[in-house]
Design a protein around this ligand. Sequence first.
Ligand code: AMP
Ligand code: ZN
Length: 441
Amino acid sequence: MKLFNTLTRKKEYFRPMDGEIVKIYSCGPTVYSSPTIGNLRAYIFTDILKKSLRHIGGFEIYDVINITDVGHLQSDADEGEDKIDEAARKKKITPADIAKQYTDEFIRDTILLNIDVPQIWAPATDYVKEMVQHVRQLEERGFTYITSDGVYYDSSKFADYYKLRGGKSDDRVGSRVDFGEKRNKNDFCLWRFAKPTALQKFDSPWGAGTPGWHIECSAIARKYLGDQFDIHTGGVDHIPIHHTNERAQTQALTKKEMARFWMHNEFIKINGTKMSKSLGNAYTLTNLTDRGYSPLHFRYLCLMTHYRTIMNFTWESLDSAKKSYENLVRQIKKNKVPVDADEFSSALVDDLNTAKAMAALWKATPEQALEFDKVLSLGLKEALEEKFMEIPENVAELVQIRAECKKNREFQKSDQIRDEIKALGYEVLDTSNGPIIQPIR
Ligand code: AMP
Ligand code: ZN
């Protein structure tokens, strides 16, 4: 299998370190608000990665996802208030309640999207002890210094700091910006002293405070996956700060490359612009299902774009994904000659080319489609069994016209259409969830 490694900026052959089990760490959600469809794309990508490794590579997976319930400030670069604290203050509930609500939402969405549950879900607040220990070790080895704000990592002490983000030191680039008490521009907080207003705080050798955001992943990954593991994933926004800093913290102690492969998914944009709460376009999965789309229509849409390509979301694109999905199911039912299964697997082993794998799926027989769906997880078993898919288009059209008539209280006309549908061999049952259509036996 070939995978694109951000560390080397090229596709490389992948094999797990120990030959059998692939150890994967994925940076998890910050649970201060509902997950956006952008966040969800990141986990659809890792799901495809893991299922390809399992079903095509034949490997076992050992995977960890953290849940950031403390330490992530408003800006990734250590500025502003803790995101969870801020949400708790606004909603007048505890940080723990905020974290629970949005962790539940996140897990619900991943289940709806057929994303496998990881072996380890690690909420950051359960691992503060490990984080403190990690910071202590960095302190003992001279990688830290203390400011009035907290314990900081001295990035100038780690020679390999810039490797993942690419390029050279930018510590001296541009005018001397104000980085306060920090010694170097890229230094970052490992442990933050508690402000009087902080809602969450933990004991530490440096007094009450909260861990920095990056340290949670270093400590959790090291606990479960050891000093070095196979693959580390996240969105591209994590490359310059979060992952660069995780690497620096871990490798300062271990002297080993933390992860052999670093993999990053591109962003979802909305109508070509950034998704943001303030623009009102930070869509959630519920926004999509409220408009009548299934979560799997969204999964289908994601699979049509390579994970390293920016995905531009529009309602039209989702609508065409829905139509394609329905046509795909009809097509698979008609396919009698199997497609060369190699066409499917060779696409995925080439850095997870899902769009190409989907092209093979269109040519698959129903039996093959179920096999391919172990990786793609588009719910094809249920879809292939569903009766409504077999309804001819003219009947479906009449059902829709009849629904319109009923809405306009034209009952005589709607009854007439019911008879027409009957004449075509189908029966309409009205339910509170809309009409159900069944062939008359
Ligand atoms: P967060 O909850 O912000 O910590 O992010 C969770 C994951 O979603 C991270 O891997 C991010 O890089 C990723 N992510 C955030 N926004 C987007 C987006 N618009 N498109 C794709 N991935 C994103
Ligand atoms: Zn992380």
